[in-house]
Design a binder for this molecule. Structure first.
Ligand code: SDX
Length: 428
């Protein structure tokens, strides 16, 4: 007998099916609730509402567990590469040696973007935020590759659209950085792996080949892996929602980039560094700022702390915190805001306000310190988050389309005026 939930409404009783996932998560299936009862449910922020069944990423917020296609984030961060993880998320299995070589080779053939796209770069004011540029530029790819607009693409055609996006986004991100400096862009080098090529386009000089520090390559791979997917977060849900209207992949991902920009979501990594800098300028009194974060009337939040799902340590934050020490040590960098971050963490983890609310450091708390040590400016941090999240967004969009999920269209409870007669303007 399959499990069911019983709902009692007035004199009526309804049985609602319960579904159980492979990690024993339980959900009450309300897909027929309105037809059966005339009622809908309401759940602001979808804190208790599942939007889909997915086989891509599993989180356990209480235990601080994160797995991509069943592989733990700890193993993948230690043993895999970002391109391997992208393959795993999108196609479901870790690639064989020949598969990853083919994947890398195919991506290398599509890293160039249409020369006319450079005209878009020229149109942005020099201090435009990189996330606004990225969202626009990625959506504009649909203009250069109109075949992507066909929602009835074959699997091979859809796969090529995904490959082009994976390949070109790294180029676009590096060009946004170069433009911010007023430096000439660096074209992709097909003999470099995905991350090395990105770093070369970003930090390379046109005149000579730049020696890419293996410490930087390794740290960048880890950071991109840690950001690669995170089940139904705000930006991924946006990608799925936009894609559910049969909208093309480029526009769906562009919408996800916009959602990620918010400081409560991906924009937090930039906000954390700005917060740490502010605390440093203010004399480094972490207790003062912890108290401000606790004061409801203050409006200050401890950026990089708290999470909708993790009510324990974000496993990614643990890995990044360790990588912070390693990378700064190997690069010989002593960044005073790392000490401030550690003092804040220590104070918060021993403060009842944070402990009672289960607020721990999340992926954004330490990541900016590494990005900064690698040479990125603060306003590029969320763009780097987007570059890491891209394979996850693609995988989730692909899964939604393969499962033929319906167009997303939530209901509401109307609480406005019931009826009013129209009044001519001269009588109002
Ligand atoms: C990401 O969803 C994902 O998976 C996202 C992500 C991913 O990989 O895609 O993990 C990436 O977005 C990480 C989160 C980055 N954002 C921040 O670091 C911004 C700071 N944190 C928050 O604003 C907050 O914690 C959220 C947005 C992350 C979660 O908010 P919720 O789940 O809606 O929780 P809430 O705002 O209702 O907070 C619950 C309580 C409140 O206090 P009370 O009303 O109960 O008294 O905790 C308090 C909040 O005021 N609180 C904080 C706080 N975060 C929550 N108080 C001070 N500082 C904070 N950072």
């Amino acid at each position: 007998m399959s499990e069911a939930a019983t709902l009692k409404l007035g004199d009526n009783t309804y049985d609602l099916p319960v579904i159980t996932g492979t990690e024993n998560e339980k959900a009450i299936d309300i897909s027929k609730l309105r037809d059966q009862t005339g009622y809908i449910t309401i759940d602001s922020g979808y804190k208790n509402t599942g939007a889909t069944k997915s086989a891509i990423t599993f989180l356990d917020g209480e235990e601080g567990i994160l797995k991509y296609r069943g592989y733990s984030i700890e193993q993948l961060a230690e043993k895999s590469s970002f391109l391997e993880v992208a393959y795993l998320l999108i196609y479901g299995d870790l690639p064989s040696k020949s598969q990853i070589e083919e994947f890398q080779s195919t991506i290398s053939r599509h890293t160039l973007v249409h020369e006319d796209m450079k005209k878009f770069f020229d149109g942005f004011p020099s201090k435009s935020h990189p996330m606004g540029q990225l969202s626009s530029l990625i959506c504009s790819l649909s203009s250069f590759y109109p075949e992507s607009l066909n929602s009835k693409q074959t699997a091979d055609e859809q796969n090529l659209t995904m490959i082009k996006l994976l390949a070109k986004m790294a180029t676009v991100v590096s060009w946004i950085y170069k433009k911010s400096l007023g430096h000439p862009i660096i074209y992709p080098r097909n003999n470099l792996d995905y991350v090395s090529n990105f770093l070369n386009m970003t930090f390379g000089q046109r005149t000579e080949d730049v020696e890419i520090d293996p410490v930087v390559v390794s740290a960048m791979n880890v950071l991109l892996i840690l950001h690669a997917d995170h089940e139904q977060n705000c930006s991924t849900s946006t990608v799925r929602m936009v894609g559910s209207s049969d909208c093309n992949l480029y526009a769906s991902i562009s919408a996800g980039i916009s959602a990620l920009w918010g400081p409560l979501h991906g924009g937090a990594n930039q906000a954390v560094i700005e917060m740490l800098e502010q605390i440093k300028e203010d004399g480094g009194d972490t207790d003062k700022w912890i108290n401000k974060a606790k004061d409801k009337n203050d409006g200050f939040r401890l950026m990089g702390f708290g999470h909708r799902v993790y009510k324990n340590f974000d496993p990614r934050a643990k890995i990044i915190k360790k990588a912070c020490d390693d990378v700064l040590d190997k690069l010989g960098i002593d960044d005073p805001i790392l000490d401030i971050a550690k003092k804040l963490e220590e104070a918060a983890l021993n403060d009842p306000y944070f402990v009672e609310r289960k607020l721990y450091p999340n992926v954004d708390f330490y990541s900016g310190i590494i990005y900064r040590a690698l040479g990125f400016p603060t306003d590029m941090f969320t763009v780097l988050f987007a570059l890491g999240r891209l394979p996850g967004w693609i995988a989730q969009w692909k899964e939604m389309r393969e499962n033929k999920e319906p167009i997303g269209r939530p209901r509401q409870v109307y609480v406005g005026e019931v009826y009013r007669e129209f009044v001519d303007i001269d009588k109002r």
